[in-house]
Design a protein around this ligand. Structure first.
Ligand SMILES: [Zn+2]
Length: 433
């Protein structure tokens, strides 16, 4: 597929005019045929003289829970369907760790939009035709990196599947096929490097130039980013994507926050305290409307992700907005301990500065009405004896957090291929005897 020119360097007025036009076209189609959104806009009129953006501001926000409930009431796909089922080409599902998985259908045009968004991710990371892109992903029903795989091929790259393989097999594959780009979660990039070293292969010698990491915010967390870079000798790029909306964000060579793809989405910020939604800069929950996924759209979807939006110019020359530091955390993941509010990513940044800590997990326990934060860590051989003590001091000094730290046996903490669970129930892991 020939690449279409992108708006990523266009002036804001051009971007906004394109958003308004695309939104108008999308709303006309969706509101005419999609039962879910017809119901949501009930009682809201499109006044004469209102632009599509004016109208959008009147449509109530959508939550993921509404999609889940709609699909359980109208199984299996719910009512957020703009077309007849015959028109859809791809079916994916969320992981469903907290109940029924959410199904998501894409028609051909929606899938093409995904591909365009992923090409922006690859362009930002300097990936070019001729690159060999290895995708370390299971290729199950979860949409995950399916889109990365197919977009690589459309970019003129060699797309190499890492599905159905052990970590050792993946290391061998990276070597045998001279991969130049590695696509996986940040946690898995570190685990794969560990596995490589254990089999006597130095990941730095494999020739990987670029890493694209999604599913968790790690590649935007300075200490994690540095560890991936050192482990692979490759430049890590963050990417933000979600099943229900698409590939919304990409990193650039300036690593100055994650750019939001304003060509294919409209982004707003919800202030959870006041309930107000704004289109300007600042911190809050990210609200997304996709413009090119008409078959099963998300209009003003509350993502649950906390971000800090910034529209100041980026040194790379792109004019799309950025989220500083990537996704700062999930709304639900904010930990409040003794009056201190903290997201797991802030803790991760401090923990990952210590190479002797191989993996970590966080648990919050209530003791005598007080919430206590506990960290479980895995240590490398020969870790300094005072690791726990010095980590405790750093957390106290930099985050004002009082923690207890427990060393657990190697290999007991989760290191998933996708969305590693970092806040855990402390009772679920064996501790050192
Ligand atoms: Zn940039």
């Amino acid at each position: 597929m020939k690449e279409k020119p992108s708006l990523e360097h266009s002036e804001r007025a051009v971007i906004e005019a394109a958003q308004e036009r695309k939104l108008g076209e999308m709303l006309r189609e969706v509101l005419a045929h999609n039962p879910f959104y017809r119901q949501k806009r009930r009682g809201i009129s499109w006044s004469k003289g209102d632009s599509s953006l004016d109208y959008l501001a009147k449509v109530p926000l959508t939550t993921k829970a509404e999609f889940v409930s709609d699909q359980s009431q109208h199984p299996p796909y719910g009512t957020n369907l703009t077309y007849r089922l015959e028109r859809y080409r791809r079916l994916h599902q969320t992981s469903g760790t907290t109940g029924r998985p959410l199904c998501w259908l894409d028609d051909e045009a929606s899938w093409d939009t995904w591909m365009e968004c992923w090409q922006a991710v690859y362009r930002g990371a300097g990936v070019q035709a001729g690159d060999r892109v290895f995708v370390a992903f299971s290729f199950g029903p979860f949409i995950g990196f399916w889109t990365a795989f197919e977009a690589a091929q459309r970019m003129g790259c060699l797309a190499i599947s890492g599905g159905g393989q052990t970590s050792q097999q993946r290391i061998a594959n990276l070597r045998d096929h001279s991969a130049t780009v590695l696509v996986c979660t940040p946690t898995y990039a570190l685990r794969l490097a560990e596995e490589g070293l254990a089999m006597g292969v130095d990941p730095r010698q494999l020739g990987i130039r670029t890493g694209i990491h999604a599913g968790e915010p790690g590649a935007s967390i300075p200490a994690t980013r540095q560890r991936i870079q050192e482990a692979w000798g490759a430049e890590p790029f963050d990417h933000v994507g979600m099943t229900e909306v698409g590939a919304v964000g990409f990193d650039c060579e300036a690593h100055n926050g994650v750019h939001l793809n304003e060509e294919h989405f409209i982004f707003e910020i919800l202030d959870r305290e006041t309930g107000s939604v704004r289109s300007g800069d600042g911190r809050g929950e990210l609200v997304v409307t996709n413009l090119g996924r008409w078959g099963m759209p998300a209009i003003r979807l509350r993502t649950g992700d906390v971000v800090d939006l910034d529209r100041s110019p980026c040194p790379c020359g792109r004019t799309f907005a950025r989220i500083k530091g990537g996704i700062l955390g999930r709304v639900d993941d904010m930990i409040i301990v003794r009056g201190v509010n903290v997201y797991p990513s802030a803790i991760e940044n401090i923990v990952r500065e210590r190479p002797e800590v191989l993996e970590f997990a966080i648990s919050v326990e209530s003791q005598r009405q007080m919430r206590e934060l506990k960290l479980m860590i895995e240590l490398s051989d020969g870790a300094p004896a005072d690791t726990c003590e010095s980590l405790q001091k750093a957390l106290q000094l930099r985050l004002n957090l009082r923690t207890s730290i427990e060393v657990v046996p190697r290999g007991t903490l989760p290191r998933g291929e996708f969305k590693t669970k970092r806040i855990v129930d402390a009772g679920s892991f064996p501790t050192r005897p």
